[in-house]
Design a binder for this molecule. Structure first.
Ligand code: AMP
Length: 287
């Protein structure tokens, strides 16, 4: 069994590069799971997937200031460095990379990655600049780590779409793997931000997946027009006035443009606020 003592913990870029070079000199392939820490079983499932595909697995925990707006929760985002070490080791990672902001970015950093139009839709409308921040961090981490494979969660569908596009367009030599969303027993998608949901808000949060599943059931019963499918979802959310819908969107994979007819492969994106906590989820429709 792997123990916490098997896990290398690295905070410096130079040390990370030396560790990767040492692993590669023994013929290892490198799998990479970038996260913002406060690790949960969703993150662990990505580590396990990387473990199946590669012999040396790196998980990063970096709360990236570039992807938070000025009024967002960067300061209060959950941080749990001790717990992250224990979970990364238990999950089967070989190395935990946990750089400071100063280690990641030069003080006079000026260049960012532009996501293009997909970055302005959905989450990008509510969070301007968010995806430029995400892609800049992921591109930086890819250049530091140089992985063969990087694993991301379907939970953040738009993010996974944009990272796939960045790797394709900018020719990063890395295979992107998208792993399914891990959920609590009641269906709520695991998220570090679920820690903010106290009392009744935790139960309210299950309305997101309830709405998505109702839409899926209606689609499987034969409804393909988006307006009635949309109504099925919003009626579920309307059961509780404390859940404020940002969007419920039916989109084509890849372009994430809205569709008027749903078909197998159509992605249903949802974002809602419960008090100060913003939650997102999605499903891909199947017959
Ligand atoms: P985060 O730490 O929230 O930035 O997420 C880091 C990675 O974990 C991203 O690729 C997320 O999509 C993924 N992730 C977050 N929550 C889940 C989940 N419930 N199931 C699977 N992957 C997840």
């Amino acid at each position: 069994m792997r123990t916490a003592s098997d896990l290398q913990v690295v905070v410096r870029v130079a040390d990370l590069r030396a560790a990767v070079a040492a692993a590669r000199s023994t013929g290892a392939t490198v799998g990479f799971v970038p996260t913002m820490g406060a690790l949960h079983d969703g993150h662990l499932s990505l580590i396990e997937r990387a473990r199946q595909l590669c012999s040396f697995v790196i998980v990063s925990t970096f709360v990236n200031p570039l992807q938070f707006g000025p009024a967002e929760d960067f300061q209060r985002y959950p941080r749990d460095p001790r717990g992250d070490e224990a979970k990364a080791a238990r999950g089967g990672a070989d190395l935990l990379f946990s750089p400071s902001v100063n280690e990641m970015y030069p003080a006079d950093r000026a260049v960012t990655v532009a996501p293009g139009p997909v970055g302005d839709a959905w989450e990008g409308t509510v969070r301007p600049g968010h995806f430029a921040g995400v892609l800049t961090a992921v591109a930086t981490l890819f250049h530091i780590v140089g992985p063969d494979v990087a694993v991301f969660g379907q939970k953040d569908f738009q993010q996974a779409t944009l990272i796939t596009a960045m790797v394709r367009d900018l020719r990063f030599p890395v295979d992107i793997v998208i792993a399914p969303t891990v959920r609590d027993a009641d269906g709520l998608a695991l998220s570090s931000r679920n820690a903010f949901l106290a009392g009744a808000d935790r139960a309210r949060a299950t309305l997101l997946i309830a709405a998505l599943r109702a839409v899926e059931a209606a689609f499987r019963s034969g409804e393909t027009l988006v307006p009635p499918l949309h109504r099925v979802g919003t009626e579920i959310l309307a059961q509780d006035g404390a859940v404020v819908l940002d969007y419920l969107a039916f989109v084509a994979p890849g372009s994430l443009t809205a569709v008027t007819h749903a078909e197998p492969g159509t992605v249903v994106l949802i974002a809602a606020r419960i008090g100060a906590t913003r939650l997102i989820d999605n499903i891909v429709l199947t017959r």
